[in-house]
Design a protein around this ligand. Structure first.
Ligand code: XLS
Ligand code: NI
Ligand code: NI
Length: 424
């Protein structure tokens, strides 16, 4: 029976997103793999640092299993209305408020059984699950990096329970985002010890993945700060260095987020290109930050030229694979209607589809790849290639003997920007 929450809501309409349209030999739905983020759409109540709840939902307050099930009913109604292939969750989004670990475990098992039954009647699959180890006060000094070993133990038990639930629901990925894995002040922080604990913790996650036969990807999600002043997973490059140090580079990939890239002083395509260069692009959290406020505003994406460059680099990297496009985005707190939830997601899907098609058209046209191969053409010569296995002495001798004198060439940035503009 329908909950009635979406009664009277106008259906999602799309100008650009057509799941069945074949682009570069594959259905658009299978390229983009859109996912709804349970937390922003159903758990967040509309608060900001200056005010509390603005959304009045029939499943509030979220402290009771009956209302947790109503929330799941509404969520699956929205997945159907949007015809969205995936969703993502934290444990704390799904089940009632946290108590003891035993309470958390039994409510998580109960609600994920319930969600599993709902999935049988729905097309929507699980893109990823994760543990919320940042909201409850027990996590205030970190989870795996907490100075208190009891918190490390609680974190290990929590991640185990969330990996079990992800496996049970057939998830394609398991994500770790360490909002409190960092510090506020070095005056009370042993950074080296915390990093070693985080590396060891992640190794245990990987061991457990293999033990339970989880075939999905393990992903870490970089973010430079907020809520912690300094987060250890600062950006893609920092995470890659960390994974290599602890020998996890073959086991763990990255879940990259548009807004986090901006907070780290990068473009989103920079982060994707860094991960792709290492074969570590796992999945993306698609959203948009306000460029003036300097914090993680988690808005729905609506900038087509930015999205086009994002998907251009995703396509260059070979696509999203087991990953997807998770809308880690929330309504503005004045957008209090059920209709706003539909409009936010449908608009985001359309913007991504439009950007994606522009990216595919640029790939097919090949103009940017041609410009790249022209720019690096000098490296095709045997002398240039030989330099890469040579040494400074021999190269210096050749510069003298051949009188090598570089001739600067235009980088043609404006022409390339004009080229991109023809597609977006
Ligand atoms: C917060 C993160 C979070 C992760 C999942 O900024 O983006 O939502 O994606 O814990
Ligand atoms: Ni985020
Ligand atoms: Ni995210």
């Amino acid at each position: 029976m329908a909950t009635g929450f979406f009664d009277g809501v106008a259906p999602a309409t799309f100008q650009h997103y057509n799941p069945d349209e074949v682009v570069m030999g594959k259905r658009m739905e299978d390229h983009l793999r859109f996912a709804v983020a349970y937390w922003h759409s159903f758990a967040w109540e509309g608060g900001d640092p200056f005010g509390g709840q603005t959304f009045i939902r029939p499943w509030h307050p979220q402290d009771d299993m009956g209302r947790a099930k109503l929330k799941a009913d509404v969520a699956f109604e929205m997945f159907d209305l949007l015809n969205v292939p995936f969703f993502c969750w934290h444990d704390a989004d799904l089940r009632p408020e946290q108590g003891s670990f035993a309470d958390n475990l039994s409510t998580l098992n109960e609600i994920t059984d319930y969600i599993g039954e709902k999935m049988e009647g729905s097309k929507t699959r699980l893109l990823w699950g994760t543990a919320n180890m940042f909201s409850d006060r027990r996590w205030m000094a970190g989870a795996a990096t907490n100075p208190d070993p009891d918190v490390f133990a609680f974190a290990a038990a929590t991640v185990k329970s969330c990996m079990d639930a992800t496996l049970k629901l057939g998830g394609d990925n398991y994500v770790l985002w360490g909002g409190r894995e960092g510090y506020e002040t070095l005056l009370n922080t042993d950074m080296g010890q915390e990093l070693d604990h985080m590396g060891r913790f992640l190794s245990m996650v990987v061991d457990y993945k293999h033990k339970i036969g989880f075939k999905g990807q393990i992903l870490v999600e970089p973010k430079p700060q907020e809520p912690s002043k300094h987060q250890y997973d600062y950006d893609a490059a920092t995470c890659i260095g960390f994974l290599r140090k602890y020998g996890l580079e073959k086991e763990v990939k990255l879940n990259l987020e548009q807004g986090h890239a901006i907070l780290a002083g990068h473009s989103f395509e920079h982060e994707i290109a860094v991960a792709a260069a290492e074969g570590m692009l796992g999945s993306i959290d698609m959203n948009r930050n306000d460029y003036q406020s300097g914090w993680d505003t988690d808005q729905f994406p609506n900038n087509v030229p930015e999205v086009a460059l994002t998907y251009y680099h995703v396509l260059k990297a070979g696509g999203l694979g087991l990953g997807g496009t998770n809308f880690d985005a929330k309504l503005r707190r004045q957008s209090i209607d059920a209709q706003d939830l539909i409009d936010g997601h449908a608009g985001a899907m359309d913007v991504c589809a439009r950007g994606f098609k522009a990216a595919a058209a640029m790939m097919t046209d090949g103009g940017l790849e041609q410009a790249l191969s022209d720019r690096y053409a000098g490296w095709q010569t045997p002398q240039a290639q030989a330099m890469l296995t040579s040494d400074l002495d021999s190269i210096a001798a050749r510069v003298l003997s051949e009188g090598i004198a570089p001739q600067p060439r235009s980088g043609r940035q404006e022409a390339l920007e004009n080229y991109v503009n023809r597609f977006v």
